[in-house]
Design a protein around this ligand. Structure first.
Ligand code: NAP
Ligand code: MG
Length: 500
């Protein structure tokens, strides 16, 4: 879709009704305690709204409502084709509100509105349509159990599923989880990140309009340590699909083990590598992908390629091209102005964390070729895109997920050394390889330990490919593709004796 002008976006901002209440049983409600949490703009530093600070009692009410609706069969037993129709209508409604949702997402997160309107909302809608279509195509199996019995391997909805969402791609991640879980007939509870509650609360308004029965979706806003823990410990929740940090992922496994052994699927952090093999002649494609993967969403991306391995004899050329292209194509400014493609960080707390890593790296004396500082643009939380070269192997730059606009280029003497160093991490989410040779592409893609390896373009695959991490980047399942439906279903065997 064509982008609105800045003047048109400002009008949308001025007229925006900001949603603040939790959503339980089809109604927007305050927290039972009446408590609220302020939602701060990372662009202006001003308060956008106060949203409901739900507690354990609100979680309990939402779970009970979701259970009742699930047991009633109004959604869970609806014919899959009918569920599909409602979800497709829901996708149409979201699409019709692309600008409103994109602007709300940008106001809340400081992401460039151009990305929100052209990537986040359309990708989310595409995911919703894909999984809706799958609602009546997810077959079971027959087992090879011989002539005297029939073994049927079926898939059943779990019941009440909770989806815990991070702040870096709030709307898209919500739709990645909501779509397959609803397509399979579950009742769901969404817990948005406290930094980004707004787009999720607006999304659910359109669910009712699309015909989803009341109580099939609830949204519980509030602090992760209260609401997230209450969901994790609740005996009525059958599964949790989580995207966020490895630290909180571990906690969810603990909650599950201390409560009802609910199914836990974790999409976690990364320290993803990009490897430019020694056969690449023209570096420009790799350079532009290195910049995009490092600085898209101000580096707050779980697959950010923050370790870029380049043949030693091409390193200086690569770095020069990176800095030149960065200056030419990356426009930093108010993210609500569609002319800019680089916005703020999410919150003051996160800004301080990233700046502390930056200051530490500078103090340690690693070579830095650009950035290295905060930028004063209005009152926004901006950090300049920063490139280090050849940091020491055990530095934070090489080991820690910084989740900000800081990347490193590392010179290597051979392809083998590049792959060995690429694998020298506790994470295994994504990796990108550049090569002009088909055999090398296959050989080195197999050698890298990551859930997704993309060749000649930084990407996470698409909706038809499972997305999840190896090692400390993931646990228990994947988002996207048919694999996502496995998160939200349980396998049941039905065995019939034909001789009895
Ligand atoms: P986070 O602190 O782990 O928060 C994620 C979600 O968990 C938020 O909704 C948060 O709520 C909630 N939460 C916090 N404490 C909790 C608890 N004790 N129990 C249950 N839930 C709790 O991560 P983040 O800072 O939002 O996101 C950044 C991290 O997520 C990075 O490490 C990044 O790599 C990872 N990430 C991974 C993927 C992927 O697909 N693999 C995608 C995006 C991000 P509050 O906001 O209220 O604290
Ligand atoms: Mg916010």
């Amino acid at each position: 879709m064509s982008l609105p002008t800045y003047a048109e976006i400002k009008k949308v901002v001025d007229g925006m009704q900001i949603p603040t209440k939790a959503f339980i049983g089809g109604k927007f409600v305050s927290a039972l305690s009446g408590k609220t949490i302020p939602s701060m703009s990372p662009i202006t530093g001003e308060k956008l709204a106060d949203f409901a600070a739900c507690g354990k009692e609100d979680v309990d009410a939402a779970v009970k409502c979701a259970q009742k609706v699930f047991n009633s069969g109004v959604w869970s037993k609806m014919h899959p084709t009918e569920r599909k129709k409602i979800l497709l209508k829901y996708a149409d409604l979201i699409e019709q509100h692309t600008v409103e949702l994109g602007v709300l997402e940008s106001m809340d997160s400081g992401k460039p509105v151009s990305d929100c309107i052209t990537i986040d909302v359309p990708e989310g809608v595409h995911a919703l349509r894909w999984h809706a279509e799958y609602a009546d195509k997810n077959y079971g199996l027959f087992s090879p159990s011989g002539d005297s019995s029939v073994g049927m391997i079926t898939k059943e909805a779990i019941g009440v599923v909770a989806c815990i969402i991070p702040w870096n791609f709030p709307l898209m991640t919500t739709l990645w989880k909501l779509a397959p879980s609803l397509a399979e007939g579950n009742s769901i509870i969404i817990k948005p990140a406290s930094n980004t509650t707004l787009s999720t609360l607006r999304l659910v308004e359109y669910a009712t309009e699309a015909g989803l029965p009341e109580g099939v979706i609830q949204v519980i806003t509030g602090s992760g340590s209260i609401v997230g823990e209450a969901l994790g410990m609740h005996e009525g929740v059958g599964a949790i699909s989580f995207t966020g940090s490895t630290e909180i992922g571990r906690k969810l496994l603990e909650y599950s083990s201390k409560s009802n052994l609910k199914k836990i699927v974790l999409e976690l952090g990364g320290k993803s590598p990009m490897v430019i093999l020694d056969d690449v002649k023209d570096l420009s494609n790799a350079v532009n992908n290195a910049l995009f993967s490092s600085f898209w969403n101000s580096g707050q991306s779980c697959t950010a390629n923050s370790r870029i391995f380049v043949p030693e004899n091409r390193k200086e050329e690569f770095v020069e091209l990176m800095v030149a292209s960065l200056n030419e194509t990356w426009k930093i400014g108010n993210p609500l102005n569609p002319e800019f493609n680089y916005g703020t960080l999410i919150s003051e707390a996160h800004f301080k964390t990233v700046m502390a890593h930056m200051d530490q790296a500078i103090k340690e004396g690693h070579r830095m070729v650009c950035g290295g500082k905060a930028l004063t643009i209005e009152k926004g939380l901006f950090i300049a895109p920063t490139i280090f070269v050849d940091p020491t192997p055990n530095s934070d730059l090489m080991k820690t997920e910084l989740f900000g606009p800081i990347t490193s280029v590392i010179g290597v003497k051979s392809n083998e050394e590049a792959i060995e160093k690429a694998n020298d991490t506790e994470y295994g989410l994504q990796a990108t390889i550049f090569t002009e040779d088909l055999r090398s592409a296959h050989k080195y893609a197999r050698a890298i330990k990551a859930g997704t390896v993309s060749i000649n373009r930084y990407c996470e695959g698409d909706i038809t490919t499972p997305f999840g991490g190896l090692k400390m980047s993931g646990f228990g399942g994947q988002d996207n593709a048919a694999a996502a439906h496995d998160q939200y279903t349980e396998v049941k065997t039905i065995f019939i004796d034909l001789d009895a």
